[in-house]
Design a protein around this ligand. Structure first.
Ligand SMILES: *[C@@H]1O[C@H](CO)[C@@H](O)[C@H](O)[C@H]1NC(C)=O
Ligand SMILES: *[C@@H]1O[C@H](CO)[C@@H](O)[C@H](O)[C@H]1NC(C)=O
Length: 423
């Protein structure tokens, strides 16, 4: 990957050597069309600097995060292709891609890989009732004041969702609502539509809520990607608007994208016999065991206990045999412990004990162990099985019947007839 060559000179975020606040690392690369274009986004980029992001030149993956603020550029830089970005994200890199109505094909191709389909080049998002005309430009209805936020606490706080609208000037995208990895963070209102540039081609394709303005994607490997249809959203011009909530919105989506919040991890997990507390090499059917997992969440520059009521344990052998919701038993400064008293199934085989926690906006946590569950040894079965009582009774009555019959046979003598000898 050659992110190194393109960026190096673009921005001097390297001046800030504050401690990293992101869990994924602190090296950011920013793609801007020209060097002086960076000054247009200085406010946003400076805020990243004060949050401790840095540019450095070591390591396999040269950067941890990338921002693409060059929507109209025909290429990303010398020799960087869409597949470079994909392998960047595959290896855990985080990405913010900003678009505009002049979106080039290469950005469109990149977005398509994540289920985000941008509108045709030249179309803009317009809203005649919900725009901040007074503050921005009396005649410009393409600066939309959007406030259809997604209720995803992990990404957008109450401050944003209940706060001022976000000024958006750019292009709409269609999002695949069935894709569990993709979350539309900001969508159009009912009066919003996407208008083609020329009057001749006035085909309106996307309208209302189906318009995606800003969407977030989290890969299965927990890399995060944010697509914004508007690069202006990040610009000084719109961040500077007092009546708008852009500053807070941009802060929160970039904090999420760069893994500064809502990062989940499991620090430890364990299972053992409920009675003795020891962990054997394998269990036997119907054993009573204890399963525990510790979960932490990262925000405000530190790991905190993760508190939830929907952490589940599963014991799986092809199908789940047990699925139980764990109880939170204790929390310390860094993690919360979830506890379950589990009775293993009456079934032997190789099981997987798994906590598979995937919630919108949070990183995925999957912890699993492969555990053998063995049948009882021949001498470990109970002496008498309650289910077999009818058979015990059956054989017992058989024995008694035999004895009775034998006794009757042995001691039965013909009754003596009255003596009537006639000899
Ligand atoms: C307002 O919008 C119009 C039309 O888009 C544009 O020509 C004009 O330059 C804008 N004015 C300002 C102050 O941004
Ligand atoms: C959680 O606690 C409840 C109430 O004490 C209990 O009934 C339930 O079995 C517990 N769940 C697990 C998985 O231990």
């Amino acid at each position: 990957m050659r992110f190194l060559t393109t960026f190096a000179a673009c921005l001097c975020l390297g001046a800030f050597h504050v401690q990293a606040k992101s869990t994924a690392g602190d090296r950011v690369v920013v793609f801007v069309p020209k060097l002086d274009a960076a000054s247009e986004y200085s406010q946003f980029l400076d805020s990243l600097g004060t949050r401790g992001f840095d540019v450095s030149f070591e390591g396999d993956r040269l950067y941890d995060h990338a921002i693409v603020l060059s929507p109209s550029s025909k290429k990303f830089g010398s020799g960087i292709s869409v597949s470079d970005f994909l392998s960047f994200v595959d290896s855990g890199g985080n990405l913010i891609v900003a678009a505009s109505h002049e979106l080039s094909d290469i950005h469109r191709k990149l977005a398509l890989q994540f289920g985000v389909t941008f509108e045709k080049r030249g179309s803009r998002v317009v809203d005649h009732t919900s725009h901040l005309a007074a503050t921005v430009n009396q005649s410009d209805h393409s600066v939309v004041a959007a406030k259809q936020f997604a209720q995803v606490d992990a990404v957008l706080s109450k401050k944003v969702v209940g706060g001022k609208p976000v000024l958006f000037k750019g292009i709409a995208h269609a999002y695949d609502a069935a894709n569990p990895l993709l979350v539309p963070l900001l969508t159009g209102a009912r009066t919003t539509y996407s208008a083609a540039s020329s009057a001749a081609r006035s085909d309106v394709v996307l309208t209302g809520m189906s318009i995606g303005l800003v969407s977030a994607f989290q890969t299965r490997s927990n890399a995060r990607v944010v697509f914004s249809g508007s690069a202006d959203l990040f610009s000084n011009r719109l961040l500077g608007q007092k009546a708008a909530g852009n500053t807070q919105f941009v802060k929160e989506i970039s904090q999420w994208a760069f893994q500064e919040k809502s990062v989940l991890r499991s620090t430890a997990h364990r299972h053992h016999f409920a009675a003795t507390g020891e962990t054997p090499e394998h269990y036997r059917v119907n054993n009573e065991i204890v399963y525990e997992v510790d979960l932490s969440v990262y925000y405000d520059d530190a790991w905190h206990p993760y508190v939830a009521s929907d952490v589940q344990f599963e014991a799986i052998m092809l199908d789940p045999y047990i699925r139980a919701t764990l109880n939170r038993t204790e929390s310390n400064a860094a993690h919360a412990t979830y506890h379950g008293d589990i009775k293993l199934p009456d079934r032997y085989g190789t099981f997987t004990f798994r906590v598979n926690y995937k919630r919108t906006g949070y990183s995925n946590v999957v912890v699993q162990d492969t555990v053998g569950i063995w049948p009882l040894r021949h001498d470990e079965y109970p002496r008498f099985l309650s289910a077999a009582y009818p058979y015990y009774v059956g054989s017992l009555t058989m024995v008694l019947g035999f004895l009775a019959l034998s006794a009757a046979w042995l001691w039965n003598t013909e009754p003596k007839k009255a003596k009537s000898k006639t000899n």
